[in-house]
Design a protein around this ligand. Structure first.
Ligand code: FE2
Length: 296
């Protein structure tokens, strides 16, 4: 079994729907695909994409992203009710949202471990990935979660992030005798926001949203603690719509997203994203990096 990864399919965009539809129906029959959140906010579309992936891959492992938590046209009382319904939907469809051992009979078996998560804003307490940005608008007026995400509790003190981190506890406490590939939608470390060859001047010139500070809503540090408690070898994440493949203190962090067509055209995302990224083969082990680091 091979393990592939992709995030941020955003199939509300027709080109992205076509991207999923065009994935081979024969190449991945024995493989697993990790989907690290942000398929859509529309439950019908989420279900349709999960079904399409099940028609192509032997296994699908998935965690919802922030777009899945939007309450717009769906009739949910709040985002947590929608989250629970999505997990029920996954269970009915045979989509994995809990740890899964693959390739036990092979040379390089591996655990695939989904981790639920949310971000901690700087004013919400410890664990935010926040870094100040000159000229930013701290009110996040242009951040859609601000309008569409509705928690049934006070969002203060990072309550949403802590709620999801707690759901991961049974997965964290498990004993893993084979390597672990974990995945989340949100970022576990501040360094991952930037490429290794980060040039602040160049980044400023290319910045299409100078008042938006992504680090306010990027993720949380507690997630990295969980990744390391499990001794994960590789962690897959999404959310930022950037490609990254980087080893930090012994963990390989990979972000491989489809994102929006405009982001592929202007190379914020690697334009060669034709298929999900190969991460691991249970017969031969870990796959090498296939894309360059030099993107902002
Ligand atoms: Fe996204």
């Amino acid at each position: 079994m091979r393990i592939f990864a992709i995030s941020d399919l955003h199939v509300d965009n027709p080109q992205n729907r076509e991207w999923v539809r065009q994935l081979s129906r024969t190449d991945y029959r024995e493989d697993l695909v990790i989907v690290a959140g942000d398929i859509s906010d529309d439950v019908i579309r989420i279900q349709e994409v999960l079904r399409q992936l099940l028609e192509r891959f032997a296994r699908v492992a998935y965690v919802p992203g922030n777009h899945e938590m939007w309450i717009r046209k769906d009739c949910f009382s709040d985002s947590l009710q929608k989250f629970d319904r999505l997990l029920q939907l996954c269970q009915r469809m045979g989509i994995w949202t809990s740890p899964l051992l693959v390739g036990e009979q092979d040379a390089y078996p591996v655990w695939v471990v989904p981790l639920f998560s949310w971000y901690i804003k700087p004013e919400e307490g410890e664990g935010s990935l926040f870094l100040p940005k000159p000229g930013e608008d701290p009110t996040l007026r242009m951040w859609s979660d601000h309008y569409y995400v509705k928690w049934p509790f006070e969002a203060r003190n990072g309550a949403a992030a802590h709620y999801f981190l707690k759901l991961n506890e049974s997965a964290i406490e498990k004993e893993y005798r084979f390597p672990v590939i974990s995945f989340s939608h949100f970022l576990p470390r501040q360094e991952l926001i930037f490429p290794e060859n980060f040039d602040p001047e160049e980044a400023r010139k290319r910045d299409r949203y100078p008042t938006f500070n992504f680090s306010r809503v990027a993720g949380c540090r507690q997630l990295d603690r969980q990744i390391r408690l499990m001794g994960a070898k590789i962690h897959i994440y999404g959310h930022q719509h950037r490609n990254r493949d980087r080893i930090i203190q012994g963990v390989r962090y990979i972000s491989y997203c489809l994102g929006y067509p405009g982001e592929r055209e202007n190379h914020h995302i690697h334009p060669a994203v034709q298929t999900p990224l190969l991460i691991w083969d249970t017969r031969t082990g870990e796959a090498d990096s296939v894309f360059s680091q030099n993107q902002q």
